[in-house]
Design a protein around this ligand. Sequence first.
Ligand code: PLP
Length: 366
Amino acid sequence: MIYLDHNATTKVPAAVMEAIMPLMGESLNPSSVHKQGRQAKALLENSRQEIANMLAAGDDYKLSFTSSGTEANNLVLNNFLDGDIFISAIEHSSVYNYSKLYSNIHIVGVDQDGVVDLDDLDKKLAQSTNSKKLVSVMLANNETGVVQPIGKISQLARQHNAYTHSDAVQAVGKMELNINDLGVDFLSISGHKFGGLIGAGAVIYPSDFSLKPDLIGGGQEQGMRSGTENLLAIRSMALAAQLVQKDLLKRTSHLRNLRDQFEERLISACPQIIIAGQKADRLPNTSLIVNPSKSSETQLISLDMAGIAVSAGSACSSGRISKSHILSAMGFSDKDARSGIRVSFGVDNSAADIEHFLTTYSKLSG
Ligand code: PLP
């Protein structure tokens, strides 16, 4: 099996597995006051510090663990439901679907490369008379990999007295990440996207902001997220964070080499293909291929039968493939928005994997 779906989830690296395996045999509740509890608490707090360090989040910020990136995004947006919320048209469903539920969610357009339209954001912020405002724009898009100008977005938001949140779930381990450079107030991450176990995410928020929790109970996570912490997943996220940070340059240059080689050869073999957002600044590992002559589903199934795992960017949790709202927002036709497949490389992929993909894909696209 050739796995080219690293934006969906990643395997846990051997070094992380080895480090967390012994913890499975322990009873570790960080809220318990006895010795094991205190050990668990120390592991939890070390993990918090290590992840904060990776993001360069100092004392101006707090970090609370959540179960996922989805929960982290929800927690931030839920704190602004009595205000105006400005999101981009290409957000992940954990942000985007708020626009289907609430009338105070304003959608900001993107250009044909999938980059947020700053003039549209400026105009929409200026029209708001609400004193409470949040701008929520992802750092890197999960389907196209397009990286948003978050520094400029947070500056603009500040001029309008708005807070800024960025969903950085796809960015960790694929680009340099420093919360101060981004200038955002809130940031969301998710461990399983960069080598942690599924089941842990984190929200980073200003120390002086009184965040209202979604989960009420024992008051874990400084009261921000009740429920016993998923220490194994949290520990694996912190260890994975250190691994990706240590090798970031090596990782990103390997990924970029593979991706560039892949796109160049794919386009010369199948000239009808469009790589969505190719001209924009993108994550080094992601290619969203639009093949107007084939539906996402047909491509996905044929590749799966040949042992190659990719995804249709637009797949939802039921596995059904729908129209990509991201491609639609970028101006692609309905037909094209149903023809995208996402190839997302990981550090273990090699040139041989590209070779295998191209041989299979050129047969399929005729
Ligand atoms: N945000 C982005 C950009 C994502 O790609 C994903 C997952 O695909 C999420 C949020 C949700 O993360 P999780 O799977 O941890 O809920």
